[in-house]
Design a protein. Structure first.
Length: 447
């Protein structure tokens, strides 16, 4: 466990002592640099789940002691997540499977005729669930993002929603969510922020930022037990059809009188939390998510951010010193970002690089297009050595027309359309960073 600058201890992650096989038949300490895909479990999270298991029981419906205790833990987890997100007192906190599930839930709850404004830089979870969309091209700089949203929202009549990431899962760059929320509200729109990549690295406060909805996942937040959250204003949620139809979402189901039309007389919950959490919920996932929120809050964000920024600077400086390695960025390289770096290696496909790093060096990274295909293709076009600066926002027909066969793990056969992503978090060490840089230097030098 690392000592934080203010004296508190940064919690450890499970698997820090994991050894993996590498070429030659030996074992090597695992360098996990794939936090952006799924972060390892924090020790306090594991302990909280272990403590809850002996009394695990049904929630909301049992009179027995174990059921009452489990219900209390589940609702206490909801309160903890609400506080962690800085939500307003009347905001709904709906537990979901993950960010994608949470975003799709909100998509089902939009008022009829809602137009969604979304940038092509988004993760597929934010790109794909919507019925009516206005897509915005990747902005050349943060101010252009605000201006593009302003123009688009001004032209839309009726209900509208602006969807934006807080931190890119491809580049780690932080988006101007406060300014975008202000613009959205000026045009009578609401804003949904995908905070999946932000909350493991930075605090978020819905109230202070005046956000309408936020979504994130436990598995990115050191709580890999299958729970995420949709947090935000209750009116759209309580006015929509239940996300799932079943037990818990209803107050009463009555049989129609003889001779009446077929069907049931259903009295759905008005409260959006039970209304959209039908069935037995993932209680242990909620307990785990709350434990992660508590652990990060107790550690203090200053300590976590300080350590991450130090390691990120070390990683980026190392990559910049390797001939043939090119970091992908949408905006100025000095723009603030979280601990995510995507890059290419000249003469190698992304899959080749990732496989060599794993097989020979015991390093885990991600390769592919990171569930953000349009954005990665845009970045690869913009970072082609022959690209003229004026052409960085022109579609690359070569990449668009290439035959790309995506594999189940997110990679792709066309190496020209892929990148490598290294991501850091709690548990990352100087040795992990240095090992990656050294390995890439050797790979880039091979002929």
């Amino acid at each position: 466990m690392t000592r934080a600058p203010e004296g508190r201890r940064i919690p450890a992650v499970l698997g820090a002592d994991l050894e993996v096989p590498v070429r030659g038949g030996r074992l090597a300490p695992y360098a996990n640099l794939d936090y952006a895909a799924s972060a390892p479990c924090l020790e306090p999270v594991s302990a909280a789940v272990a403590a809850a298991l002996p009394a695990y029981s049904s929630v909301h419906r049992g009179a027995g002691y174990a059921s009452q205790l489990t219900t209390a833990r589940y609702e206490r987890a909801r309160h903890t997540v609400r506080a962690f997100a800085g939500a307003r007192p009347d905001d709904a906190v709906i537990f979901t499977r993950n960010t994608t599930d949470a975003t799709n839930l909100l998509a089902r709850c939009l008022p009829e005729g809602t137009t969604v404004v979304v940038f092509d830089t988004e993760h597929h979870a934010s790109l794909l669930p919507w019925r009516h969309t206005v897509r915005l091209a990747p902005p050349a700089f943060p101010g252009e993002a605000v201006r593009a949203a302003d123009r688009a929202l001004a032209e839309i009549e009726g209900p509208k929603l602006l969807v934006v990431t807080a931190a890119s899962n491809v580049t780690g760059e932080l988006w101007p969510i406060a300014a975008l929320a202000h613009i959205a509200h000026r045009h009578g729109a609401r804003v949904l922020v995908d905070a999946a990549q932000l909350v493991p690295h930075r605090p978020i406060n819905l109230t202070a930022l005046d956000l309408d909805y936020v979504v994130f996942s436990g598995h990115k937040l050191y709580a890999p037990f299958g729970t995420g959250a949709l947090i935000g204003r209750p009116d759209w949620l309580s006015g929509a059809e239940p996300y799932l139809r079943g037990g818990g979402a209803v107050r009463a189901v009555n049989v129609p009188q003889t001779g009446e039309a077929d069907g049931w007389e259903i009295d759905w919950h008005d409260d959006p939390e039970p209304r959209h959490e039908a069935g037995t919920p993932n209680v242990l996932g909620a307990v785990a998510l709350a434990a992660a929120c508590d652990a990060l809050t107790a550690t203090g964000w200053t300590a976590l951010i300080h350590e991450e920024e130090r390691l990120l600077a070390r990683l980026r400086a190392g990559l910049a010193g390797i001939e043939g390695v090119r970091e992908l960025s949408l905006w100025d390289p000095a723009h603030p970002r979280v601990g995510i770096v995507s890059f290419t290696v000249a003469g190698r496909t992304a899959r080749e690089v990732a496989e060599i790093l794993s097989a020979e060096y015991g390093i885990g990274v991600r390769d592919g297009k990171f569930c953000a295909h349009p954005f990665v293709r845009h970045l690869l076009d913009a970072h082609r050595p022959e690209a003229h600066p004026r052409d960085t926002h022109r579609p690359d027909t070569r990449l668009q027309n290439a035959h790309v066969q995506d594999t189940a793990d997110g990679g792709c056969d066309d190496g020209a359309a892929s990148a490598v992503r290294a991501s850091i978090g709690i548990g990352t060490t100087d040795e992990h960073v240095d090992r990656l840089v050294s390995a890439l230097r050797e790979i880039a030098a091979r002929r």
